[in-house]
Design a protein around this ligand. Structure first.
Ligand code: MBD
Ligand code: FE
Length: 283
């Protein structure tokens, strides 16, 4: 497959997301065969039941087969899974945590973004479009202790809804950074408000969306991973009030606790949001 590297196509961002997943994630599940067998049987049984209940035809079976092949060819398995499956994995994984709510990571995280201090300006282009946003707060543990030196990895789309390293023509670390909180766990991040995000519509995922009569939108969001020594890292996203897709996110990743309350200030907006982390589980 050839990919035009100058325009933001599904195939180009899909190929990048697939490549990143392959290089960044060291996947070891160590799932015993009995459990693999049980999980695979249950998933297959659900598929079989759907076919019987709805009298699925050979034409529909073959359409599914060619669509699944296209998901792979477009590199859209990360997109498909993170949009339609990850939110339930996150729900199960976070059930026993008491600290701040988290939500899905999505397909566009890149580790090791440039390290910035506790007062951080995320990398932007000259004339970066959008509303300037000052995002500040404190990281504490569940018992209320400020977490000195907590780290906040932050990444988000630009005012056109594109992510660096996944859409063409954007500097490598644009709107990505690793922020270290001060001795009091406080941070001050200067950035630009992201735009609502439309998942690529010209690939296999877009084909599903249009065939089903769904929409491709996610509300505007900031992505974060927040961690500190001795605490469980959380992966989260924060949203802006009034976004039409806060109640109707294609990725089902909005929670009421994750909607910010920004204020207008001179030249932009300011918002305060604190993070509370659970202590690491002791064995
Ligand atoms: C995104 O930006 C995103 O956050 C998710 C979850 C899926 C697709 C694009
Ligand atoms: Fe995103």
């Amino acid at each position: 497959m050839t990919v035009d590297e100058s325009v933001a196509t599904a195939a180009a961002s899909g190929a990048n997301a697939t490549q990143r997943f392959a290089t960044d994630k060291r996947v070891v599940a160590d799932t015993p065969p009995e459990r693999v067998s049980m999980l695979a049987r249950e998933v297959l049984s659900a598929v079989h039941a759907t076919i019987r209940d709805h009298q699925v035809t050979y034409d529909e079976y073959n359409a599914l087969k060619s669509w699944l092949i296209q998901v792979g060819q477009d590199g859209e398995w990360p997109l498909f899974l993170d949009v339609w499956v990850e939110h339930v994995v996150e729900e199960v994984a976070s059930e026993s945590r008491d600290g701040s709510k988290g939500t899905i990571e999505g397909p566009y995280y890149v580790p090791e973004a440039p390290e910035l201090g506790s007062e951080a300006w995320l990398p932007t282009r000259d004339g970066e479009q959008g509303t300037p946003l000052l995002f500040e707060g404190q990281v504490r543990s569940v018992d209320g202790t400020p977490l000195s030196g907590a780290t906040l990895e932050i990444w988000h789309a630009d005012a056109d809804g594109f992510y660096s390293q996944f859409a063409p023509g954007i500097p490598e670390w644009n709107l990505r950074g690793t922020v270290t909180a001060d001795a009091d766990g406080r941070f001050h991040i200067h950035t630009m408000k992201p735009a609502p995000y439309q998942i690529p519509t010209d690939g296999a995922c877009g084909k599903l969306i249009s065939a089903a009569g769904w929409h491709p939108w996610r509300p505007a969001h900031l992505h974060l991973k927040v961690g500190a020594q001795g605490c469980q890292q959380i992966t989260t996203q924060l949203y802006f009030p009034g976004d039409p897709h806060n109640d109707d996110d294609v990725a089902s990743a909005v929670k009421p606790e994750l909607v910010l309350d920004p204020q207008d200030i001179d030249g932009g907006q300011q918002v305060t949001y604190d993070f509370v982390l659970d202590r690491e589980a002791t064995s």
